[in-house]
Every structure is written in structure tokens, then in C-alpha cells.
Design a protein around this ligand. Structure first.
Ligand code: HDE
Length: 698
């Protein structure tokens, strides 16, 4: 019987694979499979049974331990920003800021500080898609020599609310509805717009949320903002207000709405895959770090309050000074251990950086540590490798669940006199070099009374929403108006769309009218503004289209070919795209490839049905007349061309592709070219002018 069991075991192990892994010798322990207690496991395929066909035995500690651990693999996901992707990299100081901050990472030009950056959507769960209309989180953990500094920002420079006390309501309203459990990862539903339409302070951020900022092309092409006003403090104790900006090297790039919707079906992991592949191929994503610095006199002279997180400072008024760069050059070794367990906290600052009295920031200072204790299960989560500072950590905090350190000696209190008697006394305070909170109170001269109020200028909810609107191109304005229409069209509560439009009349009458028309509702009376808006000069820096970089770098060109295609034309295009630092991807009806005109077989990177054109920035169709005639009968090929055209992308086409273009209603414009030089130039752009001829925009 025993012999038979052994025989069964080997058979059950899946044959060759098992046989192919030679058993290691007794001294080669690293390669042996063990339990968590270090006991070597002889059989990882069969549980221990009473007899060949008998019940499994409770005694089987190998089985029990394996299943037990598996049962507890998941931890609670983040209450917001659950869906995220992250990478390791470094910050390099390119300008010394010694005059305004003593923070060590900003002292010496050329010095690098390791960091870990996590991008996220906000509303969806950890398994939700990458491309909903949503704000993107942009959180950076700098492992400085003086401890960890977390700059926990978003890709939009303002926020929905002015006071942290409203955050739970915002999150409840935007997440899936409490009773029905949907929608996942989207704001286009009753509760969000019910809440937002009742709160005029959300208006400015809503303008951004309805713009193309919330449907980014790639995580590599989003800006990042610290949002709040922070402080820098220099060695003399002088404070300077500062706002932080991350500017992507490739420029800001977004998708169009129909494309974003189709991307959800084409690739759930579109942004994660894109980030992974960029790093994997050595095309390291890069951002510049910029700062806007100012003093109290500047703050006092602005028509808004710099402590109000629903306001920004236009770059044209206060230029952004570039002081460093961030390069992401290493994908995490393990998603859970790093991306999932990383814990960012705006309260993690280093000497030389300090907070302002922004009431949104002040609330955040409590929330992150609190939620992370619940998410990561113990007050010792700072010991997890991804969260641990890379400088020494020494204090008298002790014990707690999952304590990973073994402190030695008796010193677990302070002050102590143990050192004077030959024992280890432990660390001491550092009055000279330790963190000191900035003492000045220039922005806090109303201390004393305890008031649940907001400062006067916070009541202006519309001036900057209007500033944003007026700073957009015509095409961007059409996208914003259409997004309002789309989102409000999904709202069933009768009272909500009109209430929203009533508020938009304070932003721009034309916008309000377009949204009302798009919803086919009558224009409601204007909401009375709590404070009369002021006129601000438009800020071109707030437009994506006005600042797009015409570059193929980091962009991806899909080349569709089939039997009979010209191999030389394909090769020439791949060469040209690669020379322009773009990526060429070969798409054919069958993944095994196609037989080219010269009889050779060219393997494809992907099958047409699995690689629709929305995953590319531009497409080329290199087809023989026969190939073109064949693909004109293939819906996926026609859709490939039709979507590329509809998503305002460049299309390069050989003569033989004409039948497909005709069927796809692709008409000639400056974005539709032959596959040569003109196409490579066109592929670096989007053709916004094409849009009005293709879809009804509000
Ligand atoms: Fe957050 N936010 N937040 N937030 N936030 C969290 O912390 C919170 C806000 C941001 O990749 C949570 O660990 C409050 C603004 C990012 O792990 C939580 C308020 C900005 C991330 C939390 C805000 C952000 C978070 C949930 C209103 C841009 C993801 C999980 C006062 C400046 C970090 C967690 C990551 C995550 C609270 C508003 C950015 C619950 C109370 C404004 C990028 O603590």
C-alpha cells in the first residue's frame, strides 16, 4: 500500500515538470520548498489521506498551513485610491534651494534621493479598470537622509472641498451607491451629482474633472500637484510658502471620451501595463519638479485665499521654477509587498518642510496614519520594507502586533541615566538638528476663538472655475460641456441636473446653456453666488491642447498588415518610428503573422481582434490591394481604422488599404497620409479639428 501511494504521488505531480526539476542535495537548502517553520516539504501536490481514496487527515500540517496562509492573503483595500500602480526611482536636485529650505534633498545639485511613486484612480476598487473618468493620485515617498518625506498629491491642482470634515461625504457620494452596489469607478450617478450640486465649492474641481485631465493617455503623461500651500523653512528659520508641481517630460496627454470608454474593454490594465512596459524597455518615465514660492505679502494681494485648496495660483502670475527631476527606473519586485503595502502620509515631512493652515491639509494629517493602522493591521507598519526609512530609526516606541525589531537592553524610557552607569542608554533628543515646527503665525493671526467657520475669501466659488473655462481651447470647452451632459444624463434624480446647471451659470452662461440644451432641460434661474466672482486673466498653462508636445517619444504606433503586405514598407516604418523614440507594434489578423509579398512570414506582436486601435497613439495600415479587399470584410479591421479616425489619431495608409478606409468612412485630412515621413510627423499629434465633423458635442 505504501509503495502504491508513493507511485500515485509521482504520477499526480504532472509528469515532466516534476521530473525535470532535480532534487537538490542535502546542503543546497536554498532551493528546497519548506513550510513556514522551515520544515522541508516532500510533496506539494497531494494532501495526506487515510488510504488511497479515504478522507484527508486533520494532521496534515503542510496542507493546513498552506490553506491557512492563503485564506488570509488579502488585506482591506484603501478606502479611496484603491487601484494603483507604482515604481521605484530617484529624485535629482537640479537647483540648490539652500536659501529657502534646509531640507537635505534640496541642498546639493546633482544629488539623488531614492523614491517610490504610486499613481492611482480614486473611486474604483483595487480590481477596477485603469481608464474611468477620475482624478489620478500621484503620491511620492522620498527616502531622504533625514527621514521619509511623502508628497501625496493628485493630477489636478485643486480639490472638491475646502474642509476635511466633508471628505467622508464626498467619498460616500462618489463611490458605488450604498444600496445597489454600483456603479464601480465612476461619478456618473445620482448620489455624486446630488451631493456636488448642493455644494458650490466643488465647482472649480468639477470643471477639471469634466475636462480631459481625468482621462489621461498614460500615467507617464500626467502632471502632479501637491495642491495645498506648504512651507519651506530655511536654516535661519525663515518660512516661504510653496506649492509643488510635477511636470511630465512627455507633456500632458489625454484620450478622448469614446476612446477612454473603449479602452475599458480593450485592456483593464492599460495604464499599469503601459508603465510596466516603459520601465521594462528602459524608456524611463520622467517628471520635472517645479515650485511656486511666495510670501505673505503676495498671498495677501491675491483675490483668493492661498489656504483654500479649491484655488490655484496661475503660473502666468507666479512662474513655476524647476528645481529637480524624478525618474522611475525600477518596477517593484512584488506588487503586494510594495505597491499594496506602501503607506503614504502627508504628515511625513522632513526638517525644512512644514504645513500651512489649509483646513483640508490639516484633516489629512490625521486621516492617513489612522486608516493605515486599519488597512495594514498594526501600528508597526512603518517597519514594512517599502515604508521603512533608509536612515536610522531610533526611539523608545516598543512592542505592538507584528513587531519586527528586537530592541536590546533595558532602555525603553527617556530620560534615563543608564549610560552613566555603563549600560546602553538609547537615543537622545536633537535640539539643534531635530524637526522644529515653524513658529511664525503670519497666516494664523486669528488664533483664540474656537470657530466652526471658513475665512471670507473661501466663499468665492466661481472665479477660478471661470478662469479654467476661459483658459481652454474651443475643443476642450466642447469636451467639458459634453462631459457634464454625459454625466448628468445618467442622473435619475429630477432635481439634480437643473440645480447643477443653475450653478454653472455663474461660471459661464454659454456653458450652462450648452449643458441645458444637451440635456434638453429649460435653463434654470442662476444660483445666487455666496460671494461675487472676480475676473481673472485666462491662464494658457491650464490647457492641455495649448501645451501639447509634438513628439513621438514614448508613443505607440500600431501597424496593421496581412498576407501580401510589403515587408520593406513595414521595415521602413518601424525604423522611422523607432528613430523618433516611438514604439512600433505589429498587428495581423493572426498572431502567427502573415505571408508577405516576398513570400517571407512576418510574425505579429498581437492579433487584430485583441489589439484594437484605441491602445495606440497612431496607426498605419500597410496592405496589398488583395489584403485590403479581404480586411474590408473584417469588422475588426474596419473598426480599427474607424476608431483611429474617430479618436482623432494619425492614420498612415498604403494604397492597398483604401478599401478598408472607405468602409470605415475615413476621409482625407492632414492626419491621413501615406506611411512615410508625413505619417511619422503626424503620429506625434492629435487632430482636434476633425472632431466636429465626427460627433455631436455639446
Ligand atoms: Fe487622500 N486619502 N484624503 N487626498 N489621498 C488617502 O489614505 C484624505 C486628498 C491622496 O497611493 C487615504 O492610505 C482626506 C487630497 C492620494 O497609497 C485616506 C482628505 C489629495 C492617496 C485619505 C483627502 C489626496 C490618498 C486612503 C480630505 C491630493 C493614495 C488610503 C481632507 C493632494 C495614496 C490611504 C496611495 C489616500 C484621506 C484629500 C491624495 C483615507 C481625509 C486633497 C494620492 O487616508
Amino acid at each position: 500500500m505504501a509503495q502504491k501511494a508513493e507511485f500515485e504521488t509521482k504520477q499526480g505531480q504532472g509528469g515532466e515538470t516534476h521530473q525535470a526539476i532535480p532534487e537538490k542535495g542535502p546542503h543546497d537548502s536554498a532551493a528546497h520548498l519548506t513550510t513556514n517553520q522551515g520544515i522541508r516539504v516532500s510533496d506539494n501536490q497531494n494532501s495526506l489521506k487515510s488510504g488511497e481514496r479515504g478522507p484527508t487527515l486533520l494532521e496534515d500540517f503542510v496542507l493546513r498551513e498552506k490553506i491557512f496562509h492563503f485564506d488570509h492573503e488579502r488585506i482591506p483595500e484603501r478606502i479611496v485610491h484603491a487601484r494603483g500602480s507604482a515604481a521605484h526611482g530617484f529624485f535629482e536636485c537640479t537647483e540648490s534651494l539652500a536659501d529657502i529650505t534646509k531640507a537635505d534633498l534640496f541642498q546639493r545639485v546633482g544629488e539623488r534621493t531614492p523614491l517610490f511613486t504610486r499613481f492611482s484612480t480614486v473611486a474604483g476598487g483595487a480590481g477596477s479598470v485603469d481608464t474611468p473618468r477620475d482624478v489620478r493620485g500621484f503620491a511620492v515617498k522620498f527616502y531622504t537622509k533625514e527621514g521619509n518625506w511623502d508628497l501625496v498629491g493628485n493630477n489636478i491642482p485643486v480639490f472638491f472641498i475646502q474642509d476635511a470634515i466633508k471628505f467622508p461625504d464626498l467619498v460616500h457620494a462618489v463611490k458605488m451607491e450604498a444600496d445597489r452596489g454600483y456603479p464601480q469607478a465612476g461619478s456618473a450617478h445620482d448620489t455624486f451629482w446630488d451631493w456636488a450640486s448642493l455644494l458650490p465649492e466643488t465647482t472649480h474641481m468639477l470643471m477639471w474633472a469634466m475636462s480631459d485631465r481625468t482621462i489621461p493617455r498614460s500615467l507617464r503623461t500626467i502632471e502632479g500637484f501637491g495642491i495645498h500651500t506648504f512651507r519651506f523653512v530655511n536654516a535661519k528659520g525663515k518660512s516661504t510658502f510653496v506649492k509643488f508641481h510635477w511636470k511630465p517630460k512627455l507633456g500632458v496627454q489625454s484620450t478622448v471620451w469614446d476612446e477612454a470608454l473603449k479602452l475599458q474593454a480593450a485592456d483593464n490594465d492599460y495604464h499599469r501595463r503601459d508603465l510596466f512596459e516603459a520601465i521594462d524597455t528602459g524608456a524611463f518615465p520622467e517628471w520635472e519638479l517645479g515650485i511656486q514660492t511666495f510670501d505673505q505679502a503676495f498671498a495677501d494681494a491675491q483675490p483668493y485665499d492661498v489656504l483654500d485648496a479649491t484655488k490655484l495660483i496661475p503660473e502666468e502670475i507666479l512662474p513655476v521654477r524647476i528645481v529637480g527631476r524624478m525618474v522611475l527606473d525600477r518596477w517593484p519586485d512584488n506588487f503586494f509587498a510594495e505597491t499594496e503595502q506602501v503607506a503614504f502620509c502627508p504628515a511625513n515631512i522632513v526638517p525644512g518642510v512644514d504645513f500651512s493652515n489649509d483646513p483640508l491639509l490639516q484633516g489629512r494629517l490625521f486621516s492617513y496614519l489612522d486608516t493605515q493602522k486599519s488597512r495594514l493591521g498594526t501600528a508597526n507598519f512603518h517597519q514594512i520594507p517599502i515604508n521603512a526609512p533608509k536612515c536610522p530609526v531610533m526611539n523608545f516606541q516598543r512592542d505592538g502586533q507584528m513587531q519586527m525589531n528586537i530592541p536590546v537592553g533595558r532602555a525603553n524610557y527617556e530620560p534615563n541615566s543608564l549610560a552613566a552607569h555603563g549600560e546602553e542608554g538609547g537615543p537622545r533628543e536633537c535640539p539643534m538638528t531635530g524637526f522644529k515646527t515653524f513658529e511664525g503665525s503670519a497666516d494664523n493671526d486669528e488664533q483664540g476663538d474656537k470657530l466652526r467657520v471658513r475665512a471670507e475669501l473661501f466663499a468665492d466659488h466661481y472665479s477660478q472655475a471661470r478662469l479654467f473655462w476661459l483658459s481652454q481651447t474651443e475643443s476642450e470647452q466642447a469636451h467639458i460641456a459634453s462631459s457634464f451632459v454625459f454625466e448628468l444624463s445618467k442622473v435619475g434624480l429630477q432635481q439634480v441636473p437643473g440645480r447643477m446647471v443653475a450653478g454653472l451659470r455663474n461660471v459661464d452662461e454659454g456653458l450652462a446653456k450648452r449643458v441645458a440644451d444637451g440635456l434638453a432641460i429649460t435653463l434654470p434661474p442662476k444660483t445666487k453666488a455666496a460671494r461675487a466672482p472676480v475676473d481673472m486673466e485666462p491662464s494658457p498653462a491650464l490647457s492641455i491642447q495649448k501645451n501639447m508636445k509634438e513628439t513621438l517619444e514614448g508613443r505607440c504606433v500600431g501597424i496593421l498588415y496581412a498576407d501580401g503586405s510589403d515587408g520593406a514598407e513595414i521595415d521602413a516604418l518601424i525604423k522611422a518610428v523607432t528613430a523618433a523614440k516611438g514604439k512600433a507594434v505589429l498587428v495581423a489578423p493572426k498572431v502567427g503573422g502573415a505571408v508577405l509579398a516576398d513570400g517571407s512570414v512576418r510574425k505579429a506582436d498581437g492579433q487584430l481582434a485583441g489589439m484594437p486601435s484605441q491602445i495606440f497613439d497612431a496607426v498605419a495600415l500597410i496592405l496589398s490591394p488583395e489584403g485590403g479587399a479581404m480586411l474590408a470584410k473584417e469588422a475588426a479591421a474596419v473598426q480599427f481604422a474607424m476608431d483611429a479616425f474617430g479618436h482623432l489619431k494619425a492614420i498612415g495608409a498604403s494604397d492597398g488599404a483604401q478599401a478598408v478606409l472607405d468602409k470605415a468612412n475615413v476621409v482625407l485630412d492632414e492626419g491621413v497620409t501615406a506611411t512615410g515621413k508625413d505619417f511619422v510627423a503626424a503620429a506625434a499629434k492629435r487632430f482636434w479639428d476633425r472632431e466636429p465633423s465626427l460627433r455631436m458635442l455639446a
